[in-house]
Design a protein around this ligand. Structure first.
Ligand code: PHE
Length: 486
């Protein structure tokens, strides 16, 4: 029978896992949530939750994946009687996430192109909108985005380019595709981010961005947000953010764990993934917020407007080097998004490839990747065609809802609400129940202690997985449901 090929090295595994974790959630979600939820307080809450829940779920998922050596559906099948079906949740979540993730990835590619246009003074740059923006009293960024949203065909093309790139990497296999791309891409991303931070923080006025981030109460005192959120809201916002950002609660880390060699140290790797993901999120905030406060002080601080209007304004107003930094920034976002989307697609592909191999059908990776990507394309086309609810077929339109909540406003939010809002926290909650109350924590311990490694945090793990993590996850689930549905 064909051999199941995994990661070639621990470094490759680590870069791929960090790549999965570092994504749009870090660069887009984190800066805004940190500022709006009390800056430094949010950071502390985030880090505490990352250790008490994130790290716990992370090592659990990696261990269960490696123990079974299987994709997420088979892994749960082997492990549990009561939670057999949980693997399907772990496959459906990434499928739905890919619908909007690829659409947004495509938007980011478009913005690389826009900035290339500006660099060469070409007609597809943002400068071409100068007259319209002046006439309408808007900004270049706003006009670029409006025009782009008004042209769904273009958005679909970019979305499909992103799907195709994701597909090609996953077709290359775990060590030949995913590992190779991430081993180069992640260090490169780090350097690019560093350069962007230096530029952003040295802009005049950047200091307000730092105040927004670090000084508790500054955002309210300066009228940037109306009132400070209460502690429960901060807790659930931070929890939801942490969870999505660490790629937990669905099959990603189980699948990557299943490709990890037995002698590698899961405890150390898990900790490193959590630390690096948090560092990148924090670094992204150091780039995005100072930039916004320096060059587009009235610009959107969250939502699509932050990435596609405000940040574009920052680069358009930066002067001669602006387009170069724009290319650098949007390229790094594309990288971050691709290294996440390949982990999402791999969850789906791994399951079917494993099945085929076990049935003696040989290596079907290329075929299944193609089929999965084709299915994802349909969802991506829907999200792109909907243009953030500008179409006449948003969920709210179809259901006749006059004042829709977030989940129904547009197809992007719909898939986000289903996956990130409900399925991911629910999946992780049930996983901790399974470990704590059905199969027992020794299963995780024995796996982590393979080949003489020590699970020094076992006592801590034991308490967290029984009491702290389920409680934290319930809170996350509550917060997510409130955010999307009420
Ligand atoms: N962690 C990724 C981000 O922050 C998103 C993601 C979620 C990727 C789940 C894989 C699995 O954008």
């Amino acid at each position: 029978m064909e051999e199941r090929k995994g990661f070639g090295s621990n470094f490759g595994f680590l870069m791929a896992s960090v790549g999965s974790a570092v994504g749009l959630g870090n660069i887009w979600g984190f800066p805004n949530k940190m500022g709006a939820s009390g800056g430094f307080t949010f950071l502390v809450v985030y880090l505490v939750l990352a250790v008490l829940c994130g790290f716990i779920v992370m090592v659990g998922e990696l261990a269960l994946g490696r123990k079974t050596g299987k994709g997420v559906v088979s892994a749960y099948h082997v492990l549990s009687k009561r939670f057999k079906w949980l693997g399907w949740l772990g496959i459906l979540s990434p499928f739905f996430i890919l619908f909007f993730y690829c659409a947004l990835g495509g938007y980011c590619i478009k913005y690389v192109v826009v900035n290339v246009g500006d660099l060469f003074g070409a007609s597809f740059g943002s400068a071409a909108f100068a007259e319209v923006a002046a006439a309408n009293g808007t900004s270049l960024g706003a006009e670029v985005f409006n025009a782009f949203m008004g042209n769904p065909t273009e958005a679909i093309i970019y979305g499909l380019i992103f799907v195709a790139l994701t597909m090609l990497i996953v077709m290359g296999g775990v060590s030949g595709g995913i590992e190779k791309v991430c081993s180069v891409g992640m260090p490169a991303l780090f350097v690019m981010l560093l350069i962007c931070i230096i530029r952003a923080c040295t802009l005049p006025g950047a200091v307000n961005g730092l105040k927004y981030m670090f000084v508790p109460g500054w955002a309210v005192a300066n009228g940037i947000i109306e009132e400070a959120p209460n502690f429960l809201t901060v807790l659930s916002t931070a929890g939801g953010q942490m969870f999505f950002s660490l790629s937990l609660g669905m099959g990603a880390m189980i699948t990557y764990g299943s490709y990890l060699g037995k002698k590698e140290n899961i405890q150390k790797n898990g900790l490193l993934i959590v630390i690096m993901d948090s560092i990148v999120a924090f670094m992204a905030a150091l780039c995005v917020l100072p930039g916004r406060f320096a060059l587009d002080p009235n610009g959107d601080l969250g939502g699509p407007g932050l990435l596609f209007v405000t940040m574009q304004n920052v680069f358009s107003r930066m002067g001669g080097m602006g387009p170069l930094f724009g290319i650098l920034f949007y390229l790094l976002v594309v990288f971050a998004a691709i290294s996440s989307s390949i982990s999402l697609l791999e969850v789906i592909v791994a399951h079917f490839v494993d099945k085929a191999r076990d049935a003696g059908k040989g290596d079907k990776r290329k075929v299944y990747t193609l089929i999965a990507a084709a299915a994802v394309s349909l969802g991506c086309i829907l999200v792109c065609a909907d243009a953030l609810g500008n179409s006449s077929f948003s969920p709210a339109d179809l259901l006749g809802i006059a004042e829709p909540k977030a989940w129904a406003a547009d197809w992007l939010d719909f898939w986000d609400a289903v996956s990130e809002g409900v399925m991911m926290p629910l999946g992780a909650l049930l996983m901790t129940f399974m470990v704590a109350y059905e199969i027992g924590t020794d299963v995780v311990k024995d796996e982590i202690e393979q080949c003489g490694n020590k699970f020094t945090a076992f006592k801590f793990y034991n308490v967290c997985v029984r009491y702290v993590a389920p409680l934290g996850l319930l809170l996350v689930l509550y917060g997510q449901i409130k955010q999307f549905f009420f």
